[in-house]
Design a protein around this ligand. Structure first.
Ligand code: SF4
Ligand code: SF4
Length: 327
C-alpha cells in the first residue's frame, strides 16, 4: 500500500495542481454543501482501518490539545511519544505528524476494532473523503473568502460501495468538522500565508522555534506569556489575560494572533507605548552615536589630508630650493 496523505484543506492553486496530475485521487469536481455523496465507513467494510496505516497525519494545534487531554498527558509528553517532526505544506514551518509504529506502519491509536480515540480523532481523519479548499484574500476577517469541497477517492477505500447517501453538509455535520474548521482556520492561514511567499523569504531560526512551540505546546506558550518579558513588551487587557491564563482554547486562539503579528506583521497585538518610546530612543541614540562617529572620522580624515598637503608643499619647496642651489 502506498503512503497516503489525509489532506483536509488547500488553496485553489494547490487544488488545481493536484487535480491536473491527480496523484492524490482527488475527483476534479467542485462541490458545495448540497452536493451528493455516497459513502459510509464502518467496522463491516473489508478495508476497515486500512487508511490508518501508511499514512501522513499532520496535527493542528487543536488536534494536539484535544488528543493530549484525551490521553491525560502534558503536551511535551504527547509530542515526544506520539509524533515526529515534519514541515507544513512544503514550507519551512515546522510541525508534527503522527508517528507510525515501526513494524506495521500503523497509527498508534488503531486496533483491529477501530480507532481508540475516535471521538477525539485528528482533523485530517475526519475530513476524508471530503476535502475542502478555502481561499482567503488578505489577512483581515472581512476579507473575501470562498470555499468549495472535493472528493478524495482512495482506490483501496470500499466506503464508496456502501449504500448510504448524504449531502456533503450532512456528512460534515456527522463528522463534526465545522468546529475543527473554526479552530484550525487561523493557524492554517498562517501556513498558507507562509507558503504563498515561496522561497523568496525564509523564517529566522528564532521565528521557527516560536512557531513550533506555540503550535505544539500550549503549556510552554503560557509560560512564555506569563513568565518572560512578554507582558513588558505587549499590552494585553486584563480580560484577555484572565481568559488565556485559564482556558487552553483561548490561549491557542491568542497564540495564532501573536504568530500572525510577529511573523507577518498582522494587526491585533499592541506593543506598549513606553516600549516603543524606549525603542525609538535607542534607535535615535544609535543614530546620534553613528553620526558623531562619522563626524569624528570626517574631521580626522580632513586633518590627515591637511597634514599630507602641507608635507607635499614642504617637500616641493625643499626640492625647489635644492634645484636653485645646484643651478
Ligand atoms: S487517529 Fe484514529 S482514525 Fe486517525 S489514523 Fe489513527 S486510528 Fe485512524
Ligand atoms: S472505508 Fe475508507 S475510510 Fe473507511 S476504513 Fe476503509 S479505507 Fe478507511
Amino acid at each position: 500500500m502506498t503512503e497516503t496523505k489525509k489532506s483536509f484543506i488547500s488553496k485553489e492553486k494547490d487544488f488545481t495542481k493536484i487535480t491536473d496530475k491527480n496523484p492524490s485521487h482527488i475527483l476534479p469536481e467542485k462541490l458545495t454543501l448540497d452536493s451528493h455523496l455516497q459513502f459510509q465507513c464502518h467496522p463491516g467494510v473489508s478495508c476497515f482501518t486500512a487508511c490508518c496505516h501508511n499514512i501522513k497525519i499532520v496535527l493542528t494545534p487543536y488536534d494536539i490539545l484535544i488528543l493530549r487531554k484525551r490521553l491525560g498527558i502534558p503536551a511535551h509528553e504527547f509530542i515526544m511519544k506520539y509524533t515526529e517532526p515534519t514541515y507544513l505544506e512544503k514550507t519551512d514551518m515546522p510541525g508534527v505528524q503522527i508517528k507510525l509504529t515501526e513494524e506495521k506502519k500503523a497509527c498508534p491509536f488503531v486496533t483491529p476494532e477501530g480507532c481508540t480515540v475516535y471521538s477525539d480523532r485528528p482533523s485530517a481523519c475526519r475530513y476524508y473523503p471530503v476535502g475542502m479548499a478555502d481561499f482567503h484574500e488578505g489577512g483581515s476577517n472581512d476579507a473575501k473568502e470562498e470555499k468549495f469541497f472535493f472528493i478524495v477517492k482512495e482506490p483501496h477505500c470500499k466506503g464508496f460501495e456502501e449504500p448510504k447517501h448524504w449531502t456533503i453538509g450532512e456528512w460534515r455535520a456527522d463528522q463534526g468538522v465545522d468546529l475543527r474548521d473554526e479552530m484550525n482556520k487561523e493557524w492554517l492561514r498562517l501556513v498558507m500565508r507562509r507558503k504563498s511567499f515561496g522561497h523568496q523569504a525564509s523564517l529566522s531560526e528564532a521565528a521557527k522555534r516560536m512557531f513550533f512551540m506555540a503550535s505544539t505546546d500550549l503549556d510552554s506558550f503560557r509560560k512564555f506569556i506569563f513568565e518572560s518579558s512578554f507582558l513588558d513588551t505587549y499590552e494585553v487587557d486584563q480580560e484577555t489575560l484572565d481568559k488565556i491564563r485559564e482556558d487552553d482554547i483561548e490561549l491557542m486562539l491568542f497564540s495564532f494572533k501573536y504568530l500572525a503579528n510577529t511573523l507577518f506583521g498582522a494587526e491585533g497585538l499592541k506593543i506598549r507605548d513606553e516600549k516603543i518610546k524606549k525603542k525609538v530612543e535607542e534607535i535615535k541614540k544609535r543614530q546620534d552615536e553613528a553620526l558623531k562617529k562619522a563626524e569624528q572620522e570626517y574631521l580626522e580624515l580632513k586633518a590627515e589630508r591637511e597634514r599630507l598637503k602641507k608635507e607635499q608643499e614642504k617637500r616641493a619647496r625643499e626640492l625647489a630650493a635644492q634645484k636653485e642651489a645646484k643651478g
